[in-house]
Ligand binder design. Structure first.
Ligand SMILES: [Zn+2]
Ligand SMILES: [Zn+2]
Length: 241
C-alpha cells in the first residue's frame, strides 16, 4: 500500500493467469469517510484488506466500494471484501448496476468461453456476482466524499458502464480499464464493448487536466505529460471504429 497523494492510496493487484485489478483507497483519513475503488480477482480480497489494516486505517471508516466497472478481475473478490466490511455500500454506474442486481453475468465474464473457463477454474456458479447496488451512479454526478470531490464520468467502450473518477482539484484520474500507462488502452472485444464508443470516451478524457493517472492495471503514472491521453487516442484511432 502506497500513498500516491494526499487522500489517495494504491494497493497493487497481484496478477495470476488472469489479471487482478488494482485497488485505490480514496478519502482523507481524518474524514472517517473512505471509499474503496474496485475489488479485484477471486481470492485477492484478503491481502487487500490486510494492506488497509497495516496502514492503520479502521475498516469501520470505509463507507463504500465504488466499481469502475464489473469485469471479473475487478468484481471477483467483492464478496470477500464485503465480508470484512459488511456495512460498506456498493456503488456502480447504472448501466451495469441493473445487470448486477439481476444476476446477469454476461458483463462480468465478457465472453462465453471465459465464463466456462473461470467457473471451472474457481468453482464459480451462476449467481455468484449478483449484488444489491446501493447507489446507481450517473454521468456527471459529483461525489463529495471523504473530504474530496470526485466527478463521475461515464466512459463506455471497454464495458457499457465504465466510469472514470476525476478529482479536478488534485488532477487525479481513475479511469478503470479505459486507458493505461504506456499508451495502452482497454480491450474492446468483450460483451458490451465498442471500439468507436471507446474512442469517444478517450477523447473525452483527453479534455481533462491529468497529472496522476491511476488505471486498473499496470503502472500508475505521476506527472502525466500534457496531451498523453490525446496521443494515446490518436495512436489507437485506426483500430477504434
Ligand atoms: Zn475491464
Ligand atoms: Zn481489468
Amino acid at each position: 500500500m502506497q500513498e500516491i497523494t494526499k487522500g489517495v492510496y494504491f494497493i497493487p493487484g497481484q496478477d495470476e493467469f488472469i489479471p487482478d485489478s488494482h485497488v485505490y483507497l480514496v478519502g482523507m483519513p481524518s474524514s472517517q469517510d473512505l471509499s474503496i475503488v474496485d475489488a479485484g480477482l477471486i481470492g485477492k480480497g484478503g491481502y487487500k484488506i490486510q494492506s488497509i489494516r497495516k496502514l492503520g486505517i479502521k475498516l469501520s471508516d470505509i463507507k463504500r466500494i465504488i466499481m469502475t466497472h464489473t469485469h471479473l478481475d475487478h468484481i471477483g473478490c467483492l464478496k470477500e471484501i464485503r465480508e470484512q466490511i459488511p456495512h460498506a455500500e456498493l456503488w456502480i454506474h447504472e448501466e451495469e448496476a441493473f445487470s448486477i442486481e439481476q444476476g446477469d453475468e454476461r458483463g462480468v465474464y465478457g465472453m462465453e468461453m471465459f465464463r466456462s473457463m473461470c467457473q471451472s477454474q474457481y468453482g464459480l456458479k451462476a449467481g455468484d456476482f449478483k449484488f444489491n447496488v446501493d447507489r446507481k451512479l450517473k454521468e456527471k454526478e459529483t461525489l463529495k466524499i471523504g473530504g474530496m470531490t470526485w466527478e463521475v464520468l461515464h466512459i463506455p467502450g471497454h464495458s457499457a458502464g465504465s466510469i472514470g473518477l476525476y478529482a479536478r482539484d488534485q488532477k487525479v484520474l481513475i479511469p478503470g480499464d479505459v486507458v493505461y500507462a504506456d499508451y495502452a488502452i482497454g480491450r474492446f472485444d468483450l460483451y458490451g464493448a465498442d471500439g468507436s464508443v471507446l474512442k469517444k470516451s478517450l477523447l473525452r478524457l483527453a479534455e481533462l487536466e491529468v497529472e496522476i493517472l491511476l488505471p486498473g492495471h499496470n503502472r500508475v503514472v505521476k506527472g502525466v505529460k500534457a496531451g498523453y491521453i490525446r496521443d494515446t487516442a490518436k495512436q489507437w484511432a485506426p483500430y477504434l471504429r
